[in-house]
Design a protein around this ligand. Structure first.
Ligand code: PLP
Length: 400
């Protein structure tokens, strides 16, 4: 059915029965914009500005140095890590927040290679990876004297063998929105005696990850996409509890020393998730993130996933109904088991099409060379938004 009245009514009905509908009011959004770029930069949670103002004026301005203890600054990386943990299916004590995803990819991958043993001389990297992971994997391979092997995540089990030290894989492909098989690939890596590092940038906060359940070794992710932590907010590192004593960080800074204020010239690693820390944490960003994570209180990630799939299904239905045949081609898999929380459409002139969409209040993004990306963040995107985005897209690509 391509009848606008039917689809508009369907959007209304879906919005009325949406259990997460009330969450939208916890974000700073404007009603004339459809924001479908939360997979690049999540919207601002309304609690953040007040919290940041208090951190600056009171904790820094008045308490100054006392805040490292009295305001809990020193322990913030572990505390924020434990707040992220349930969203990625991790028990407490295994996630630490800090640094960028790129830096955490380096720590995790070199750490994994060091745990794998000297006879394993290959690192396998996701051939479709977000570029930074690939650059760092190449450098990590060079530094550790391993050979780098690229493999499509769908063919990964076949690429893993007795020579594999570790594999670095993106959970969701940033370009196509394809969801990779985390349980299957992790099990295949373990069957080959290798470790696996998952990059959760495009899955954490959008779908259940189940790190503990699936026995993942190490994982990293950012917090400024689906976790709404703000521009450049700290990333995180997960090291499974039983691996922590063997995790030999390639960046052993004083913050991961067992006695940081002993100022010893000799490094002795601390225990637990803290072992992933490096230097002084970025407190303003860290505490903005901590406030941003409050929007997840009482939210089940399964409910988020259900709404995400319903939103992307509905958007695809509206696109098929409104956009003239042949103008766009979905590259996001139709199968739910292979779909993240975005819809990517291949489109001629995608760069100009996206600029026109943004000018008309529909904000997605463009990925080289011909991909329109629309991110669906279930906490604040409505079915009416999905409907409007598809209608505006149809207008833009039909314009002479
Ligand atoms: C967004 C993203 C990154 C970003 O890394 P930064 O160090 O935060 O710039 C890395 N990897 C993947 C898969 C991403 O989607």
């Amino acid at each position: 059915m391509s009848d606008p009245a039917y689809l508009a009514a369907k959007a209304r009905k879906l919005d009325e029965s949406d259990g997460l509908r009330a969450k939208r009011a916890e974000f700073v959004l404007d009603d004339d914009t459809v924001y479908l770029d939360g997979n690049s930069l999540g919207a601002l949670p309304a609690t953040v500005p007040g919290r940041v103002a208090d951190v600056v004026a009171r904790e820094w301005g008045r308490l100054r140095i006392r805040s490292w203890t009295e305001s809990g600054w020193w322990t913030a990386p572990e505390r924020v890590g434990d707040r992220i943990a349930p969203l990625v299916g991790a028990a407490p004590g295994q996630v630490v927040a800090g640094d960028s995803t790129s830096v955490n990819v380096f720590k995790a991958l070199v750490g994994a290679v060091r745990m794998a043993g000297a006879e394993r001389d290959e690192i396998v990297v996701d051939a479709t990876t977000f570029p930074t992971d690939g650059y760092i994997a190449e450098s990590a391979a060079r530094m550790t004297g391993r050979r780098l092997v690229a493999a499509d995540p769908r063919d990964l089990p076949a690429a893993l063998g007795p020579r594999t030290a570790a594999a670095l894989v993106n959970h969701v492909d940033y370009r196509s929105g394809r969801l990779h098989d985390l349980p299957g690939v992790t099990a295949a890596a373990h069957a080959a005696g290798a470790l696996v590092v998952w990059d959760l940038c495009h899955s954490a906060g959008a779908l259940p990850v189940g790190l503990d359940e699936h026995d993942v070794d190490l994982a990293v992710g950012c917090t400024y996409k689906y976790l709404n932590g703000g521009p450049g907010s700290p990333a995180y590192l997960y090291v499974r509890r039983d691996l922590q004593p063997r995790f030999d960080s390639p960046l052993p800074g004083w913050n991961s020393h067992h006695d940081p204020f002993g100022m010893s010239p000799r490094y002795e690693a601390t225990d637990g998730a803290r072992r992933g820390r490096v230097g002084t944490p970025d407190i303003l960003s860290m505490l903005a993130l901590e406030a941003a994570l409050e929007v997840w209180d009482g939210v089940s990630i399964e409910a988020v996933r259900d709404k995400s799939l319903a939103l992307t299904d509905f958007f695809l239905e509206c696109v098929a109904a409104y956009v003239p045949a042949g103008r766009v081609e979905p590259i996001t898999p139709a199968a739910h088991a292979e779909r993240g929380s975005q819809v990517a459409l291949r489109c001629a002139g995608a760069g100009e099409v996206m600029a026109s969409l943004i000018a008309r209040g529909v904000v997605g993004d463009f990925r080289h060379p011909d991909v329109l990306r629309f991110g669906f963040t279930p906490l604040y995107v409505s079915f009416a938004d999905a409907h409007r985005a598809a209608r505006v897209l149809a207008e833009v690509v039909s314009a002479p």
